[in-house]
Design a protein around this ligand. Sequence first.
Ligand code: PLP
Length: 371
Amino acid sequence: MGSVNEGSVLAEMLHHRAVGLAPGEPVALPLVSASMYFLPGVPDAPFQYGRSGGPTWSALEEALGILEQAEVIVFPSGMAAIQAVLMTRLSPGDRVLVPSDGYYNTRTLLKDFLAPLGIRYDLCATHDYADRDFGGYALVYVETPSNPALDVCDIADVAARAHAAGALVVVDNTTMTPLGQRPLDLGADLVVASDTKAPGGHSDALLGHVAARDGSLLDPVRRWRTVSGAIPGQLETWLVHRGLESLEVRFDRMCASAGVLAERLAGHAAVTGVAYPGLEAHPDRAVVRRQMLRCGSLVGVTLESARAAEAFIDGARFVVPTTSFGGTHTTAERRARWGDDVAEGFVRLSVGCEPVEALWADLVHALDAVC
Ligand code: PLP
């Protein structure tokens, strides 16, 4: 885990609540559902009104903060976290660089809602951040590995050059989680992430967070959450807090299985291409080795046509056809159906927690049928 010991951070995260317990208190985090907190006289209680804070949020922010080794603010979704950062860090006339091949709703947010307010943006493929001049940008936004094509750029290099040009560096770390990659250790100013994916991990809650080591960067982000009212639900917060407790075990299994499957898929006759950061053939393997601690649970599998890709997904018993990723069940979808700039036959496979040989047997069965 970069400069810190991953084992002790994970142990600390698991025990963060238990260390402060009084006799008779529940060991598991209680789900506190309250809009009002008892507030007589001078209003200086830690919790006052549900839009500005509550004990369930605080517990999740503490747990994520231990994982990020940073201050954390939670949001009702990854997009709400991204919106909070862009709205509070950019002003009319500012220019921002965003990946052309990253999660499409980040670009949609800029195109449909921030550009009309006078915020200008340019697009750059993730792989091409290596040669990009960052002069003139107020903010450089990075997503690596990019969703869905899993291209990679060097966060430390981007951060150093963007800072020299006077830009703030924001990294969307959704595809990796703090266990797979640590952008704040590599020089990023802010991390945004969707915890809807592996951190929650059970496909039953949407949530996101913003993390930074310089707390002053987060003051306007926190104020944005309170004033805009884009606040996480208590149940979702509680579910993600519970999910985090098993994140390492799940993510280790998912990443290990993804590595095995990526190698084997690359050798199957029905597959014309495999994108996975852990493959030696990945175009930026040297960067992957340098900055990623695990290679992730997403595998890009290209088949010869949209028809073959859909038949593969439909033919696999242990693959749920759905969008999103990072859950315990293996899932897949053909990303061109959302307009992503990938081949018609490109399938984003999100490897779940099933035993890998059962999964492989099922994938082979489905692939053999499309040959
Ligand atoms: N960032 C990335 C890379 C994503 O893949 C997603 C969702 O798929 C998001 C952000 C948005 O997260 P959410 O769906 O929790 O709003």
